[in-house]
Design a protein around this ligand. Structure first.
Ligand SMILES: [Zn+2]
Length: 459
């Protein structure tokens, strides 16, 4: 059954004063789009699949007609299913090559303005693509639609903590920067009352961040686990309990078991989503089955690459491939994400549509064992910082039987600390490695310019 409950109060001026009209046009358009997205993603499967086939056909025809890069990759054939499987998988390098050689495929798609977008490259080389205003409109409406799909209220505040990615904060030596808005539900604001919206760009001033969060009810907290962990490290369970968080909308990185446990203890729900900068939303975590993610059928078509399989805890995971259904100006067709996961035909909750589980990041975020198994390894510096002080830290796997931990700005380490540190790393890596601790004046980041806390150099 598809529907939504009206949990929110309507604004006093919710309805239009014009003849033969109920809602203001903009609000009506956005509401209709949100409800259409709900019907498309959660309604009957066959009409949805027909819609996806039509969208993929549009995309292939456009890419073939407007790009020699894509003309070479898309074979001439009348049957979509045959053509699609023959299109080679698109790597990040291929995508960068197409963009640098050809730029956007048109100056204005459907009369819409085109703008460049560059990912932060937090997990590797940044990717530059081109998008249209319609792409941004889709992204914001898909995000709002999730509130209607899950019957969540727009009346609560929304607080988004974003890792600082621009040079602004660094240049001005400011630890946080705040953007405040009266509402966060766009044109739906004329219909549904909205809580306030705060975006906190966070660089490194933790006290300022906590002070800012204490100023008003947080409501929906949107942030990656890396930032949530900083809050826990500095204020513990008491701080998290005191901030009036209604729900944590986790995104961008791996959700750690410790964060999940803590929120369960406090009684705050978590909803995680899976997305990639260059394609947008890929899947939303199921309300009923934590760890299962319903694919965002209105945005992407997801496949698994059976030729790229890894074993994690003896479970086979395949590399994920996505096609972004609206990527007309920079086509993203059969694009290989860095991530691995399991793709299922449906969700145990009853949702009749492709569902992902066991999503893990890039291969370099795993420790490779000698038996070929991989251990997902999210390297946290806090437990190590509790044992020994350092300014910077880098852990890497140079050989299949060895892990090296470099501690920056450290001349020496006491033997008691060394024992504790080695025992901690042994515990989290299942006692399978020779642990080497190196104290260095400065860490050499040339092989790891993004300063990722952990890299495995084993292929
Ligand atoms: Zn589900």
């Amino acid at each position: 059954m598809i529907g939504f409950q009206l949990n929110d109060s309507l604004s006093l001026d919710a309805f239009s004063t014009n003849p033969f009209s109920i809602l203001d046009q903009l609000c009506q358009d956005d509401l209709a789009t949100c409800l259409s997205l709900h019907l498309l993603e959660n309604g009957d499967r066959l009409p949805r699949e027909n819609w996806q086939i039509a969208q993929i056909k549009n995309l292939l025809a456009y890419a073939k007609a407007h790009s020699s890069f894509w003309n070479n990759r898309i074979p001439d054939c009348s049957s979509l299913s045959e053509v699609f499987q023959q299109i080679p998988i698109l790597s990040r390098d291929d995508l960068n090559l197409q963009v640098s050689n050809e730029g956007p495929l048109s100056k204005a798609f459907l009369g819409d303005e085109i703008s460049p977008y560059q990912s932060t490259g937090s997990t590797g080389i940044p990717v530059k693509i081109f998008t249209t205003k319609n792409n941004s409109r889709y992204n914001s409406l898909r995000s709002l639609a999730q509130y209607l799909i899950e019957n969540r209220s727009f009346a609560l505040n929304r607080t988004f903590i974003k890792p600082a990615d621009g040079p602004h904060l660094y240049e001005n030596d400011v630890g946080i920067k705040i953007e405040s808005y009266e509402s966060w539900n766009g044109a739906l604001n004329t219909l549904f009352k909205s809580g306030s919206y705060k975006i906190i760009h966070f660089l490194d001033d933790v006290d300022a961040l906590i002070g800012e969060l204490k100023k008003q009810k947080v409501g929906y907290l949107a942030c990656p686990d890396s930032i949530f962990s900083i809050l826990v490290k500095n204020g513990g369970k008491e701080l998290i309990s005191s901030l009036n968080i209604h729900m944590w909308l986790h995104h961008s990185d791996n959700l750690s078991d410790s964060s999940r446990m803590l929120m369960k203890e406090i009684g705050i729900p978590i909803r995680s989503n899976y997305s990639a900068a260059e394609v947008g939303l890929i899947a939303f975590e199921c309300e009923e089955m934590p760890g299962c993610y319903h694919v965002a059928h209105s945005n992407v078509y997801v496949e698994e690459n059976s030729n790229d399989v890894i074993k994690v805890f003896n479970k086979e995971l395949k590399r994920l491939i996505v096609t972004q259904l609206h990527s007309f100006v920079t086509p993203i067709i059969r694009y290989e994400l860095g991530d691995y996961g399991c793709l299922h035909n449906s969700c145990p909750c009853g949702h009749d549509g492709p569902t992902l589980s066991d999503i893990y990041g890039r291969k370099k975020n795993f420790i490779k064992c000698s038996d070929g198994n991989l251990i997902p390894f999210t390297f946290y510096s806090k437990p190590i910082n509790d044992i020994v002080d350092f300014d910077e830290i880098f852990c890497y796997q140079p050989r299949v039987d060895q892990l090296v931990i470099e501690l920056g700005s450290k001349k020496q380490i006491m033997s008691r600390q060394m024992d504790e540190l080695v025992s901690y790393i042994n515990r989290v890596t299942q006692n399978q490695f020779d642990i080497v601790v190196k104290c260095v004046t400065k860490i050499d980041w040339t092989r790891n310019p993004k300063k990722l806390p952990f890299i495995s150099y084993i292929d």
